[in-house]
Ligand binder design. Structure first.
Ligand SMILES: CC(C)(COP(=O)(O)OP(=O)(O)OC[C@H]1O[C@@H](n2cnc3c(N)ncnc32)[C@H](O)[C@@H]1OP(=O)(O)O)[C@@H](O)C(=O)NCCC(=O)NCCS
Length: 182
């Protein structure tokens, strides 16, 4: 059981029930034309997701729920593709409900898990990927001090359009010099 505390959120290992709740609450910014209206929205789908998390938990990934201090589940965050040979990993996150977005929860959660990755797992670098239309995610990465390192042009098909896939990265030294100013 992992529990990590930030200023606005607490990160904690998710139980099966948490995955079901998040699966149900998750609101896409826009529907994906090639997917059902609520892709995979079923107890079986969320249970499969929970099992997949258990398989890799503590091995190639650390997958945690983002909770408010009074225990409401807001979203999820993960360090995946953990590579202890190269000391690298990849950051991903989501805040389930629109009403909870833009309130600083993801930035705080990411600060906490980046600190865990650099200080506890002794990582050297963490990367992140997002689409060029994801203003919120790009802003979070900029606030955290990530540098945009690459761009796969028009690699993502979303909402009847093509968008660039943006590749970001942050080194441990960059994070350490910045974390107290965020
Ligand atoms: C992207 C996401 C994870 C950001 O989480 P969040 O808790 O809303 O992020 P924060 O509140 O910490 O910071 C968001 C920043 O982007 C800005 N922003 C701009 N457009 C935004 C939007 N559509 N939604 C949320 N924030 C937005 C906010 O104002 C804020 O900047 P500020 O602090 O300078 O005002 C969340 O919006 C989300 O889950 N979206 C849908 C799923 C998704 O895109 N996941 C990430 C895939 S890479």
């Amino acid at each position: 059981m992992i529990e990590l505390r930030g200023e606005k959120v607490v990160l904690r290992t998710m139980e099966r029930e948490h995955c079901r709740t998040l699966w149900e609450h998750y609101e896409l910014e826009e529907p994906i034309p090639t997917e059902p209206v609520r892709p995979g929205h079923s107890i079986e789908g969320s249970d499969k997701w929970f099992e997949e998390i258990q398989e890799q938990q503590g091995k190639s990934q650390i997958y945690l729920g983002i909770f408010s201090p009074d225990g409401n589940l807001l979203g999820d965050i993960q360090l995946s593709e953990i590579d202890l040979r190269n000391r690298t990993a990849s950051l991903g996150a989501g805040i389930a409900r629109r009403r909870d977005r833009g309130k600083g929860y993801c930035t705080d959660a990411a600060l906490v898990i980046l600190r865990f990755g650099f200080e506890h797992l002794d990582l050297y670098r963490i990367s992140a990927v997002t689409a060029s239309n994801n203003t919120g995610a790009i802003r979070v990465l900029e606030k955290l001090g990530f540098t945009q390192e690459g761009c796969e042009r028009e690699a993502i098909y979303w909402s009847n359009r093509r968008w660039d896939r943006l590749l970001f990265g942050i080194l441990r030294a960059e994070f350490e010099s910045r974390q107290n100013t965020i």
